[in-house]
Design a protein around this ligand. Sequence first.
Ligand code: NDP
Length: 329
Amino acid sequence: MYIAKEDRYEKMIYNRVGNSGLKLSALSIGMWYNFGGIDVYENGRAIATRAFDLGITHFDLANNYGPPAGSAEMNFARILQQDLKPYRDELVISTKAGHYMWPGPYGDGGSKKYLVSSLDQSLKRLGLDYVDIYYHHRPDENTPLEETAEALDLLVRQGKALYVGVSNYTPEQTRQIADIFEAKNTPFIIHQPSYSMFNRWIEDGLKDVLVEKQLGAIAYSPLAQGLLTDRYLNGIPEDSRANRKTGLWLHKENVDETIEKVNALNLIAKERGQTLAEMAVAWILRDGIVTSVLIGASKVSQVEANVKALDNLTFSADELAAIDKVLKG
Ligand code: NDP
């Protein structure tokens, strides 16, 4: 029987999400990869429980995570049942809808019809009465923002989600939906954008909106899916994401294109006394705008390694300049 470590809250940092009362661990675990029906259940279970023992309280899901779609939620339900259920009130569990989930006109997008029914399905798969955060996964140009906001607001009023968020929204879309939520008094507290040293789009307007609207942010793919680690320094390992046969969002070419910069960044990290993965996590937290870094992990050891980032979160101006130079070079 799993019993959580008593010292689990001693080292982790908890950051407040925007101007809400909710705090998130500085690192969170995402279940896009490695928790699906095709993966080894016991490995995902070990990652989740080890993460919790290290003070990570936030687990991020989506209706379509797997493969097959839905299976990550079902596996997480099993982990809850076997291990984490006694700690439910110590966890922040999120899910999303916005990508294709089922056939026909109602299983994709941002309509009220889709978002309401998808959360009902997610809650059933998760075996939960409510999620802590429910996200619209991506903007949908065929649905008015008012309708999407109304659906999320309704789900909060029904008690099926405590807070709501959006993901992949542009700065302008974020500002607009924030205004709609404000008028409704909806607890819209967080944006989930991609963000890493290799993907700095949020610095071009979105960070300003987050500050202006007092929103939190959780950065996904912070390690550029593994590129910003030592994973590919000596070629492409057999068991790595770039070598996977399913869910192909990272390619061998991405490794080839970035390896020179990765080597240069790795040297800067070494000078800081960190691994590249640690530096990549710390860099995201450097200005206090991002609340939590949403990592993925295929092994328990990766979670343990990434949490060590918290030992050194400060950057000198010279270090930041050296990193910028590599990234722009
Ligand atoms: P990361 O950038 O953290 O990549 C994770 C991968 O990096 C791991 O699976 C592993 O790859 C490798 N890795 C992690 N730590 C280390 C380490 N210390 N040393 C070496 N390799 C390491 O994030 P993800 O791309 O996995 O995304 C994280 C989460 O973000 C998702 O699970 C999901 O919850 C969310 N997300 C949200 C999206 C959205 O649209 N809202 C889109 C994408 C993700 P390997 O398998 O090779 O071991």
